[in-house]
Design a protein around this ligand. Structure first.
Ligand code: ADP
Length: 499
């Protein structure tokens, strides 16, 4: 069995640090790679060795496979951890790593390939008894037939790009009259964004919950699941707040979903850490959406409730070890919530913000974990994802964890850029969130920038209500004048967001 003595982390920011930390705990030597924009980044200093691999643009640095492999040769690295994003779901890269004689800390290139295509994933999973969202099982090449299926399913429907990801490549079709137009757009977007025009239809679940299951599989065919994460608080189909366990499922649903997730993983001979995503309707019917073949942004909530270090497990699996955890040994302890802190302005349609972190003071204390890759005084590069930090709290139950989160948000002092912290506080205090009566429409249904200021006493509350009503009125006037719908800000940021 190959022993991993030196790991190169082909990533940056919080996830690079996260992986480097576990490697250090395991006495594994570490190599960081970085772009010219990240010269002063903490992950560069943290690693035992660090090599600049190119200019700021990801295509010339973090996605430069030849350069990364050259560093592996040069520094006698044993294994590469890709983190999430960048090369983590690139089957060609995983193959190249293997061919060059290094270990890819992740699944086989074949598994990545199958699950990288939503259609291929559905086909693979189809041989097991796994509920699928009603829709087409193959790419649409006959529109008349597709329309017939859409009518049979019932509108609204979703047209999805098979190669889509990061909440992109989806179009809602409300009625048959829109079908052709939306189809044209969906195909051309799929070609331009993903280089693959294959699209398919899914029933649009109107009040869905996004619930996903963490799985771990070894190279000997053992697969376990580490329960669910509830990720229904989303913006533009992208997760912003995640928690474990989910308040919406029963132990019976958890067990069934877990079984399905393990079967999905089995259907592609999966090993490593992976996530099987489901969508659940109001009647608690759940359907398989897709599988992500990597470590997920929100993995810490699972680590906190299970006590399992997922990166450590990934490394053991990559070494060829048998899983040392059996399903029946796992249990849920307590509750964990993660909020993603972005450099975005929630008062201004979440417009990405750039700048220097003039003040950056992390919250501390019992039950608080902050995974980040920034420090006070650092400029936030515009080239990458605008996530500044993941703030995670852990308590005995959901209520305690929410209270810890509000306390931690209030202790997190960031100035120099706008952040989504106030939005996160808004969610934590919202009755729909605290009661568990929320779905993926939460933000559209309840959020108004005017509601961002948290208020303490009745006088302030009354004053805020007055201001809020005035602002709302003013906003309506402006909207009316502009004849404007929801406008999505043109992003300066280069990379798409990940689950
Ligand atoms: P991506 O790969 O882009 O993340 P997913 O298929 O995982 O795409 O879906 C992302 C999100 O889009 C889901 O969490 C959910 O909010 C929404 N979504 C996806 N499929 C459906 C559906 N059939 N009905 C309603 N919402 C959906």
């Amino acid at each position: 069995m190959p022993e991993i003595k030196k790991i190169l982390v082909a990533n940056r920011g919080e996830i690079a640090l996260r992986i480097l930390r576990t490697a250090r705990e395991m006495n594994i030597a570490t190599v960081a790679v970085f772009s010219e924009a990240d010269r002063n980044a903490p992950h560069v200093r943290y690693a035992d060795e660090a090599v600049c691999i190119g200019p700021a643009a990801s295509s010339e640095s973090y996605l430069n496979t030849d350069k990364i492999l050259a560093v592996c040769h040069q520094l006698s690295v044993d294994a590469i951890h890709p983190g999430y994003g960048f090369l983590s779901e690139n089957a060609a890269f995983a193959r190249k790593v293997r061919e060059a004689g290094f270990i890819f800390i992740g699944p086989s290139p074949e598994s990545i390939e199958v699950m990288g295509s939503k259609l291929a994933a559905k086909q693979a999973a189809g041989s097991y008894n796994i509920p699928m969202v009603p829709g087409t099982a193959t790419a649409i090449d006959d529109r008349v037939e597709a329309k017939r299926i859409a009518t049979a399913i019932g509108y609204p429907i979703l047209i999805k790009a098979s190669a889509g990801g990061g909440g992109k490549g989806m179009r809602i079709v409300e009625s048959e009259t829109e079908f052709d137009e939306q189809m044209d757009r969906a195909v051309s977007e799929a070609v331009s964004s993903f280089g693959d025009g294959a699209v398919f239809i899914e029933k649009y679940i109107t009040s869905p919950k996004h619930i996903e299951i963490q799985v771990l599989g070894d190279q000997h065919g053992n697969i376990i699941h580490l329960f669910e994460r509830e990720c229904s608080i989303q913006r533009r189909h992208q997760k912003v707040i995640e928690e474990a366990p989910s308040i919406s499922i029963t132990p019976a649903i958890r067990e069934e979903m877990g079984r399905c997730a393990v079967d999905v993983a089995r259907s592609c001979g999966y090993y490593g850490a992976g996530t099987v995503e489901f969508i659940m309707d109001e009647d608690k019917n759940f359907y398989f959406l897709e599988m992500n073949t990597r470590l997920q942004v929100e993995h810490p909530v699972t680590e906190l409730i299970t006590g399992v270090d997922l990166v450590r497990q990934m490394i053991y699996i990559a070494e060829g070890k048998q899983l040392s955890i059996r399903q029946e040994q796992l249990q849920i302890n307590g509750h964990a919530i993660e909020v993603r802190v972005y450099a975005e302005d929630p008062a201004n349609n979440f417009l990405p913000d750039v700048g220097t972190l003039k003040r950056y003071v992390r919250p501390q204390g019992n039950g608080v974990r902050v995974d980040d890759g920034f420090e006070e005084g650092m400029a936030i590069p515009i080239y990458y994802d605008p996530m500044l930090a993941k703030l995670i709290t852990y308590g005995q139950d959901r209520d305690e964890t929410i209270r810890k989160m509000i306390r931690a948000i209030d202790e997190f002092h960031i100035s120099g850029v706008q952040t989504t912290l106030s939005f996160c506080r808004f969610v934590m205090k919202h009755e729909s969130f605290t009661s568990g009566h929320f779905d993926t429409n939460f933000v559209n249904a309840y959020f108004l920038p005017e509601l961002l200021n948290t208020v303490q006493n009745p006088v302030e509350k009354a004053l805020a209500a007055l201001i809020s009503a005035r602002l709302l009125q003013a906003k309506k006037v402006v909207k009316h004048a502009q004849n404007d719908g929801e406008t999505v800000p043109a992003s300066k940021w280069k990379s798409r967001r990940l689950g």
